[in-house]
Design a protein around this ligand. Structure first.
Ligand SMILES: NC(=O)c1ccc[n+]([C@@H]2O[C@H](COP(=O)([O-])OP(=O)(O)OC[C@H]3O[C@@H](n4cnc5c(N)ncnc54)[C@H](OP(=O)(O)O)[C@@H]3O)[C@@H](O)[C@H]2O)c1
Length: 255
């Protein structure tokens, strides 16, 4: 029970508090997205993270992702999304979801690239017929980070052999691993290049050579949320600062 009275002047705060309860609002927020997209349905709708957030991401909320999933199923039944899936879930969270869901997730969107192959997670999904969608597929290829960079001799030699770019070699590698990479580019020729990877194949030996770049290095690692009960990744001894909290560096809270 929430006891309010106009004399208490507490209704505005309670209203704000109730407004942050997003679990009942999956269908509502998908409808708002559809309105903004000017579409009547989407092909795929994902839970972005097992951690729930306020709309501005400044605070997290403790909402069971099973409750959120029920609402996702509702959106699917209403035909607002042709398929529904999840993102950034770990294996035990997926096991729990699979045990309780009515509609199985079609897709898991997670980081997969040369440095971060996630073989156990990929195998788990393949065993359960869940498509793995690989985000940040280039890892640190085009930025500072662990090797390989785009200038790597092994990658350059393969690019030369197949008359492709290094980016195309990496995307082809991911496709042959059985995952669906989603490269991002704002550059038209690169967007065209990134889809032009279905006219050649890497050999098993070349696949093996590229697999040696896996050093289990996670690029997208929001450790600033690691005290949340549904945080899906490894913990860090000292978590990174939360970029959504400005310069304070304070962890978000569930209040
Ligand atoms: N679910 C999640 O939590 C999550 C987390 C992270 C990312 N994502 C999604 O994953 C997708 C991609 O991830 P991302 O942007 O992190 O990483 P990414 O696609 O691996 O890398 C993007 C970078 O690669 C460059 N690039 C793209 N194609 C290239 C090419 N052919 N040659 C050279 N450079 C190329 C882009 O530059 P230009 O644009 O200048 O070409 C951009 O700097 C996005 O749709 C994003 O929304 C999801």
């Amino acid at each position: 029970m929430i006891d309010t009275a106009s004399a208490y002047k507490n209704e505005e705060q309670v209203g704000k508090g109730l407004g942050t309860n997003e679990k009942e609002d999956v269908v509502g927020s998908l409808k708002k997205s559809l309105e903004r997209l000017n579409m009547s349905y989407v092909d795929l709708y994902l839970i972005h993270n097992p951690i729930s957030f306020t709309p501005d991401h400044s605070k997290y909320l403790v909402i069971d992702y099973l409750d959120t999933w029920k609402q996702m199923e509702e959106a699917w039944k209403l035909g607002l999304a042709k398929s529904i899936g999840i993102s950034n879930f770990n294996i035990s969270q997926m096991e729990r979801l699979l045990e309780h869901c009515e509609v199985k997730p079609a897709v898991l969107q997670v980081e997969v690239n040369l440095n971060f192959a996630q073989p156990r997670l990929v195998q788990f999904c393949q065993q359960h017929s869940i498509t793995v969608m690989a985000y940040s597929p280039f890892g640190s290829l085009f930025e500072t980070g662990p090797p390989p960079q785009a200038s790597d001799p092994t990658l350059k030699a393969l690019a030369q052999k197949y008359e492709k770019t290094v980016a195309q070699i990496v995307l082809r590698y991911l496709v042959q691993l059985g995952v669906a990479p989603i490269p991002k580019s704002v550059n038209k020729p690169r967007i065209e290049q990134n889809i032009d990877i279905f006219d050649f194949s890497l050999s098993p030996e070349e696949m093996q050579t590229l697999s040696l770049f896996n050093i289990n290095y996670r690029k997208v690692w929001p450790s600033f949320w690691q005290d949340h009960p549904y945080y899906p990744f490894e913990h860090k001894d000292v978590p990174d600062q939360n970029p959504f909290k400005g310069s304070s560096g304070k962890n978000p809270t569930s209040d």
